[in-house]
Structures are given as C-alpha cells and as structure tokens.
Write a protein that binds this ligand. Structure first.
Ligand SMILES: *Cc1c(COP(=O)(O)O)cnc(C)c1O
Length: 392
C-alpha cells in the first residue's frame, strides 16, 4: 500500500455549491504560519475540533440572521446550551431559568448544574415579576425560551431583558421555536442566543446541530474555548447539510407559519377540541406578550387539547398515521405530531403535567410545508376518529 495521497486537481473555475471539507487536520508551512493562524493574523484552520470551513460558513450565516457579533456551530442544540452554561458559570453562581424549558435543558438545571455548585431557581418566564422574585445577588445568568414547548406560552423577553440589564446578569435566549425570522433576541437586550439547528433552521431531520451567537466577541471566546476543549463542536457533513437547508429556510418558515395559522383556525371549530394554542389567536392566554414579541408572526407550532384520555389519544394518532408521522421532534419539512404526556413530559406526574396544562388529550403539531387543506383534512379526520371506537 502507498500512504501517498492523490493530488487535488487545480481548476480555474470554482464550485457553485459549497464543498464538504472532512479533513481532521490541516497542514501548514511551519511554526511561524501556525503562530499567525493561532494569533489571528492569518485566516486558517488547524484541527477540525477547533473549527473547519463548513462550520464557519453556517455559523456566519446564522450570525447574520440573528445579528450576532460571533457565532459557533455545536454538535447539537444541547451542546450549545451546555457550552454556554459550562463555559461561563462557576461554582457559587446562581441561574434563573424558565420553568417550561426544553426537557433536557431542565435536566441540566435540575441534575447537573447543582453538581458543579451552581444554584438554580426556575420561574415562569411569561411573568417578569416572577423572574425578578427568583433572582439573588449571585444571579449571573438567566435562560429562557421565546415560546414554551409544548404549551406555546410566550416569554416576557423585554421585561426580563430589563431585569438582566439592571442586575448585570447575562440573558440567554433559546430561539429555536421562533427563529430570527420572528424575533431577534440580541436586538432586544439578550446577550447570547442559542438554537437547535436540528429543527427549523436545517429543516430536514437529517442533521443534529446547534448554534451559539453572542452580542460581543469576548463572550464568544469563553464559550468557544470550553466547546473546543470538551469537543462540543460540529461535524463538517452536518454543517454542509445545514447550509443547504438554510438556503430555503425563509420559504419553509413562511409556508409552515401560514399553514399553522390556518390549522389553528380549522381545529378551533371542531367538536371535541377543547383548546387550541397558537400565538396569533385572539384567545391565546399571552396574546399581548405575543403581539409585543412576535408582531403578527406565530411560527409553526400549534398545540391542541381534545376531550378524553389515552384511548381517544391513541385513536387520533392511529387515524392520521398514514399521513402525519407521530414523532417527538419539530421543524421537519413535513408535519409531525407529538403527544407530550407519553413522550417529552412523561417523567412528570399527572399533577405536574396538569399544572402546566398537559393531559392525555394534549397534542402538539409541528406544522410542515404540505398543502394546508391536506393537513387540516387529516387532523380533522383524526379528531373525529378519536370519538369513534372501531370494532375489529
Ligand atoms: C430540540 C431542542 C433543543 C435541543 O436540541 P438538540 O439539537 O436536539 O440537541 C433545545 N431547545 C429547544 C427549544 C429544542 O426544541
């Protein structure tokens, strides 16, 4: 065998699509060049865990969308959340976090930060006064999500940003649900934004990725140092897929959002549907906050509650199965349906579920880009089937 690599052909033309660069390591002219790269005098890469062109391309694109000074790709949305918390906090610090965060973020709060001596208090992010009451002199960071999963409650981002500013605490916003197309948290006082790029931004359920963006380059330096040390950074192939997904993000988002608004209206009139949760619905419990934060945008998530228990829920899911996948994720190009009581929120007791409005009849729809008529017809059929036991 020969360990000699082939010679990459020269070309006077350039590829239109971005190439994938999977190389783990980069060769350079010598120690002086390495100094130039590490000290930022020359552009260059050294080792893939520390950065590579595919990550730089996507991180830069999302940074433009969010208006961030700097952006970093991570191997998942949770790697982004973890890099921010573990990169910036130290023992003795205190964190205030929304009480309806993504399940794994809540686990980080409940199980992991305390192991490292970081105190955590959860608070209702729809209510800035509740967040204020949870803060202590040691509060160094506040983590909220713009729209809660799966209950579609809206954070008082402006109120909480004012509190964070007054207290000198960092405000971190997980903007996965609303995306920069609906709200740009950095422009409203957040210091750091995180995304699960896995969801709407990449959009095709084939790449697991996250992103962190900061208002200032200094904050990013601390987060990036920890992410690189821990290997929380992203793979070239996933980044390459995400760049391709991002090219159609605006189109997908607008289409899914229009579909979601239409679906919310269609579900509202159905017999057996007790409640529909969608931010632009006049009956939404946080309608005023939604208008202030999102304007007339509602994003692509609709939750609804039907009368009944597990048998009704099971029949609804079975009736739509050929057309809408029952899958506990969101942001795919196609519509997916999830049932929090048996998936994301199954660890909570029935009482704890009820306290945030989740029951066996609670469904969350991640609305996709199919024709609205089709989505509405399938779910209308599903709701009807919930109340029609089939005999076999
Ligand atoms: C999915 C999700 C995450 C975690 O992202 P992964 O890419 O699955 O690690 C974090 N926050 C929110 C709001 C999410 O929906």
């Amino acid at each position: 065998m020969s360990a000699k690599r082939g010679t990459w052909p020269g070309s006077v033309s350039a590829p239109l699509g971005s190439p994938i660069q999977p190389s783990v390591v980069y060769k350079s002219a010598g120690p002086n060049t390495l100094d130039d790269i590490y000290e930022g005098r020359e552009a260059g890469f050294t080792y893939a865990r520390e950065g590579h062109p595919n990550a730089a391309v996507v991180a830069g694109r999302i940074a433009e969308m969010e208006g961030a000074a700097a952006g970093l790709m991570t191997g998942s949305g949770m790697a982004a959340v973890g890099a921010v918390l573990m990169g910036l906090l130290r023992a003795g610090d205190h964190v205030v976090a929304g009480d309806q965060l993504y399940g794994r973020s809540l686990r980080l709060m409940a199980d992991d930060l305390p192991r490292f001596g970081v105190g955590v208090t959860l608070a209702n992010a729809c209510d800035a006064a509740a967040v204020a009451a949870a803060m202590t002199p040691a509060t160094r960071l506040i983590l909220i999500e713009t729209v809660s999963n799966p209950t579609i409650r809206i954070a008082d981002l402006d109120g909480i940003a004012a509190l964070a500013r007054d207290a000198g605490a960092l405000l971190v916003v997980d903007n996965t649900f609303t995306t920069p197309r609906a709200v740009q948290p950095l422009a409203r006082g957040a210091d750091i934004v995180v995304h699960s790029v896995t969801k709407l931004l990449a959009g095709h359920s084939d790449a697991t990725l996250g992103w962190v963006g900061t208002k200032t380059p200094d904050l990013m330096a601390e987060i990036e140092r920890f992410a690189v040390t821990m290997g929380l950074t992203a793979s070239p192939f996933d980044c390459w897929l995400a760049e391709r997904g991002l090219m159609t993000f605006d189109l997908r988002y607008d289409r899914a959002e229009a579909n979601a608004a239409g679906l919310a209206a269609a579900l509202s009139g159905l017999e057996g549907v007790k409640q529909v949760l969608y931010p632009t619905d006049p009956a939404h419990p946080d309608r005023a906050l939604a208008a202030a934060l999102l304007g007339n945008r509602g994003s692509h998530m609709v939750s609804f509650v039907i009368d009944g228990g597990r048998p009704e829920a099971e029949r609804l899911v079975n009736a739509v199965a050929g057309d809408i996948a029952f899958a506990p994720t969101l942001g795919d190009i196609a519509t997916t349906l999830s049932h929090p009581a048996s998936s994301s929120h199954r660890a909570l007791s029935t009482d704890a579920q009820a306290a945030i409005g989740i029951s066996e009849g609670f469904f969350r729809v991640s609305v996709g880009c199919e024709p609205l008529d089709h989505i509405a017809e399938v779910l209308t059929r599903g709701v009807a089937a919930a109340y029609s036991p089939v005999s076999d």
